[in-house]
Design a protein around this ligand. Sequence first.
Ligand code: SF4
Length: 368
Amino acid sequence: MIKVRHVLGISGGKDSAALAIYLKNLYPLMDIEYYSSDTGKELDETYQLITNLEVYLGKSINILKAAENSHEDPFDHFLKMYGGYLPSSNARWCTKKLKLEPFEKYVGNDLVISYVGIRGDEDREGYISRKPNIQSIFPFRKNIWSEDVVEKFLANHQIEFNLDNLNKLSLGVKRQKIESILIKSLDLNYNMHNKLNQLMDLGVKETNFLIYDFLKSTGYPLAQDDAYFPLLENEDNLIRDDIFRILEESGVGVPAYYKKIDFQINGKSSSYARSRSGCFFCFYQQKIEWVWLYEQHKELFEKAMVYEKDGYTWMQNESLEQLIAPDRIKQIKADYAKKQDRAASKKSNFLVDILNEEEGIGCASCFI
Ligand code: SF4
């Protein structure tokens, strides 16, 4: 019998932690391996979250380290290899070397289902391995399948095959309606998202069983797994509020850096926090998060400053030394407070909503 591994990457962020808790609570019999890729530059809160999760899950989280034989932290090891060239959104060697490559080495050639914590209120795909032995599943979304699976399932040449499979399912009154959608061809005015949404609106479970039957005719890892796949019957769609609730209710807790801290600017109160996990110097963080780092973890900010040399800076248009000039800090805080006011008028509950306006951009391997 072929063994299919089920793995879940813990980034140190809220969503992957909540996913681990959610799957354990709902499907305690699923044998999931947990892993976390350590860059050596995470915040202490991330390591604390991993410890709390291990207690809750009753299992160890495998820590993957790139360049494991190096005497330096993985990040420093590769920075040297790249000649001091700091990573950026256009040259993200850090994700490749510190996250993706250790993960692909960990998995090897085994067949793997990888669970990814992208939420139902996000419009992004996240990391999809191009390796055929790794299949991503998104349990928080109504549509748990990756784009490539949906694309293949809904290809026009699959229509006959899917209609045949439809006959094998007992769908009762829904059958005719599902058939009327399945039979429609995709064209310029009717894309796969339209068709998938129509099918899911008629029945999430029914659509999942059809996709599963289709998968059984392919080489995808799930097709090789003989065990029953319980997520086929899952109709949940979890959003940000659910994630915070899961973390709080489990006792694992929300990482401390998400908790807002008040400050005063121009006679008004405002508050800031950090919005993401990942390296403390991550170039994806917003200016206000750099100010947060400077004021709340000065020693880490100073370490981040040390990396800025030979003309390399973490941000394109400003060095960390420039950012901490008192007038510049005031300006960043004032700009941010205005943003916060605008978000408050939209009745946003979480500070992280404001900080994460650009959540879709960035490193899915580091921040989910
Ligand atoms: S957190 Fe940021 S700096 Fe660290 S590996 Fe991810 S993208 Fe790179």
